[in-house]
Design a protein around this ligand. Structure first.
Ligand code: ASP
Length: 416
């Protein structure tokens, strides 16, 4: 098996800490002339952070393609592919519905929007979200190269599965050509590890860039909304995922969280489930022992459609804005929010701030004032970082459950 560099997680944490310290000292101490400050912000933090994200993104499509094709083409029965698909989609929808319900429950008890008024100006232009129709159509590409070039994950997953099946059926004619994909997959995994060995520096730049531009005054606005949202995100990660892991598997919860640290930090510093795919895949396969046949499908699909953290934000933001505008949502409307948040989180792109874009769809549905998005956006940076970590943790938890149920989880690797 390919080895990860020693002490990587510790070094990434140190990178994160230094990023905070250096970013904050630039922001608060202002010991450098403005121009020099701007130079550092642009050429060290921005450039370094963007290079790191580009390198991660560079791997996504080939990695997903090769790992999925090599997984599917080596399957002995296609029935198990059907089972994996049904279980994965079912668990993704189910956990997201639990996530929004939890968020709505806490929001209706603690009322983040009661007595809140704000002078924040509305954004210049309201973003437009992608609906369910476009998401479904997007699974079926008319041009696979275009879909790959535009990082359309579901289209790439769909094509890779078809290609893997065709390869599987023609192996006897092609001199076992699928072994070539197996080898390419190993090479790409090695590439992932080479790139993530730079993560301590990459994370330093990303966190530094965040702090140097915004400082740490994240709680200034909409204090109650921010605190409640963060609490629900934590509750969902530590209670819901622990419970479903306990109910569906007999795996050690603490081992799961310990091994997920690195993935969570990546998601936190990149704010993108998509950019985190290489790290999630590596961790789920190499550290949690999930067989490639499961992980290569569950992880990229999860990064695209499974967004529990995003749904939690959308639920909380809807109630927050409704309460702020003096609108009482009825029970039926709460149920509608659950359904809508599940559907819109599926249509949310796995990139920074995408959740606030699809939030517009929900607000429109209930006739809530769209200008209020301004308040949500003002505090969204750090919240986006936290909810992206929740999103990817959910993907990994589902990967473990599905693999375990199909006897495709190597417990020895998991417990190591
Ligand atoms: N940044 C999130 C993700 O990539 C999406 C969002 O909620 O904005 O998972």
């Amino acid at each position: 098996m390919i080895e990860t560099p020693k002490n990587l997680t510790k070094n990434i944490l140190l990178g994160m800490l230094f990023g905070f310290i250096v970013g904050a000292s630039f922001y608060y101490l202002e010991f450098l002339p403005q121009r020099l400050n701007d130079f550092f912000a642009t050429y060290i933090f921005n450039l370094g952070g963007s290079i790191f994200i580009n390198l991660l993104k560079m791997l996504i499509i080939p990695l997903v393609f090769f790992s999925l094709v090599s997984g599917i083409s080596s399957l002995t029965s296609m029935k198990s592919l059907g089972n994996i698909t049904v279980k994965t989609i079912g668990l993704y929808l189910g956990t997201t519905a639990i996530a929004v319900s939890l968020s709505l429950m806490i929001a209706s008890i603690f009322k983040p929007g009661a007595g809140y008024s704000s002078e924040i100006a509305p954004p210049d232009k309201l973003p437009e979200g992608q609906g369910l129709y476009e998401t479904i159509l997007g699974i079926f590409p008319s041009n696979i190269l275009e879909a790959m070039a535009q990082n359309q994950m579901l289209a790439v997953v769909f094509f890779s599965i078809l290609f893997g099946i065709a390869l599987n059926k023609t192996n006897h004619l092609t001199g076992n050509f699928s072994s070539a994909f197996e080898k390419l997959n190993t090479v790409f995994m090695q590439l992932v590890i080479m790139i993530i060995s730079f993560a301590p520096i990459g994370v330093f730049c990303l966190i530094g860039k965040f702090v140097i531009t915004d400082g740490l005054n994240i709680f200034q606005e909409a204090f109650k909304y921010v605190v409640l949202l963060i609490s629900v995100l934590f509750l969902h990660v530590f209670i819901t995922y622990s419970l479903i892991l306990k109910v569906f598997t007999n795996l050690s919860i603490t081992t799961f969280y310990r091994k997920m640290k690195e993935v969570a930090i990546f998601a936190f510093s990149t704010s993108s489930s998509a950019a985190t795919i290489p790290v999630t895949l590596k961790t789920v396969q190499n550290d949690l022992g999930v067989n490639k046949n499961v992980s290569s499908f569950v992880v990229p699909v999860g990064a695209t459609i499974n967004m529990d953290g995003t749904a939690i934000m959308q639920g909380m933001a809807t109630v927050f804005i409704a309460q702020m505008s003096g609108i009482d949502l009825t029970l039926i409307q709460y149920v509608q929010v659950v359904i809508l948040a599940v559907v819109t989180s599926i249509g949310t792109a796995a990139v920074p701030s995408a959740g606030t874009i699809t939030l517009v769809i929900i607000l429109q549905q209930f006739g809530l004032p769209l200008e209020a998005i301004g308040i949500i956006l003002a505090v969204d940076r750090i919240l986006d970082m936290i909810r992206t970590s929740v999103n990817v943790t959910g993907d990994a938890a589902v990967a473990c459950i599905v693999a375990n149920s199909e006897n495709l989880l190597d417990k020895e690797v998991f417990n190591k």
